[in-house]
Design a binder for this molecule. Structure first.
Ligand SMILES: *Cc1c(COP(=O)(O)O)cnc(C)c1O
Length: 361
């Protein structure tokens, strides 16, 4: 099997042992004589996979199964932008949102359809190049929402705000399981799987059970958190194969040593790239200037002379590096280096950054 350095922001690189387990499961699971693509979601073979994925996720995130539940839903993180306020924000209620990029913009846009939104802070004034530190929170807000890692802009929350008892809800699509943080600070975590947790096709919603109980009942059945909590994410046919792969990714993270090991590796990897960029301050420009706000997952940068962009990208492809082009909303470059991305790939890119700067400066 040939592997190139896949810097794609999502869908993104997965660990090879996970791909191997997934290939095997496509052929047959548990000596059942059936593929994971073929088995009933009500049968015992699938049931074991479903429960195992849930249990592993909670274990990896160090959350208690007494207090938290895992839902496997469809529709991507984008559906959660709407489903969250639909379930937890009444027409007369207010939610606080921190505006840190393209994804929070969409989350805010959807929430406004269902209730009142207070933008508690925004970094739009500087093209989302930092994480706001001062929040203007609403007393009695239903929840505070933030995006733990801003995939497009390359910023990441390192410290989470004190919300004074107001539930904290996070979009953790691009850094779930990547850092050794206290996930019990959050009352609801949602994440499209395809960045750090698995393939596209399943969205994780991990929530405090007592918080989900406060969701409204006056909502269409399929869009109700309570439906999926009560039905153990088997109210309708779940995306069995993506859920299997998520379980394998969680297993891989556990076997590597869990969140502490992921964080350490991710810090080392990111540091290889940020140091390479900083070695050529007249040539490259990291998009995020506030060092402590820099993402460990998405390293965003520009070449000061944008005329060189095309040549840089072409050279990266020649070196078997894919996916370095920045998001169309911001331009420049982005190296996405999720949990499964190897340090050797960061070193290869660092070497290329040096060579390219030396040749073109
Ligand atoms: C990718 C991404 C989304 C959108 O996810 P979909 O699953 O494509 O809907 C939302 N939020 C963040 C932070 C993301 O990185």
């Amino acid at each position: 099997m040939r592997r190139i350095y896949n810097f794609s922001a999502g869908p993104a690189i997965l660990p090879v042992p996970v791909l191997e387990a997934a290939s095997q499961a496509v052929l047959e699971i548990n000596g059942s004589g059936m593929s994971i693509l073929e088995v009933s979601h009500r049968g015992k073979d699938y049931e074991a996979i479903h429960q195992d994925a849930k249990e592993r996720l909670l274990r990896v995130l160090e959350l208690s199964a007494e207090e938290y539940t895992v839902l496997f839903l469809g529709g991507g993180a984008s559906l959660q932008f709407a489903m969250l306020p639909m379930n937890l924000l009444g027409k007369e209620d207010t939610a606080d949102y921190v505006h840190t990029g393209e994804w929070s913009k969409k989350a805010i846009g959807e929430a406004k359809r269902f209730g009142k939104v207070n933008v508690a802070a925004s970094s739009e004034d500087s093209k989302f190049s930092y994480i706001p530190k001062e929040l203007n929170l609403t007393a009695g807000a239903k929840y505070v929402h933030l995006t733990t890692n801003n995939t497009i802009e390359g910023t990441e929350w390192k410290q989470f705000p004190d919300t004074n008892g107001v539930p904290l809800v996070v979009d953790a699509s691009s850094d779930i399981m990547a850092r050794n943080i206290d996930y019990s600070r959050f009352d609801l975590i949602y994440a499209g799987a395809q960045k750090n947790a698995g393939p596209a096709g399943v969205t994780l919603v991990i929530a405090r059970k007592s918080y989900l109980e406060t969701a409204t009942d006056d909502i269409s059945t399929i869009l109700s958190y309570k439906t999926h909590a009560k039905g153990d994410s088997l109210y309708n046919t779940p995306p069995a194969f993506p859920i299997f792969v998520v379980g394998q990714v969680a297993k891989w993270v556990e076997e590597q040593g869990g969140l502490a090991v992921m964080q350490k590796r991710n810090e080392e990897k990111a540091s290889v790239l940020y140091s390479a960029l900083e070695a050529h301050p007249d040539f490259y420009e990291p998009a995020v200037t506030v060092e402590e706000d820099r993402s460990l997952m998405n390293v965003t940068f520009r070449i000061k002379n944008a005329d060189l962009d095309k040549a840089f990208l072409a050279g990266s492809i020649e070196r078997e590096m894919d996916g370095l082009k920045g998001h169309r909303a911001v331009g420049g470059f982005r190296a996405s280096i999720y949990n499964a991305f190897p340090k050797a790939g960061c070193e290869a890119l660092a070497e290329y950054l040096h060579e390219f700067a030396a040749k073109n400066a």
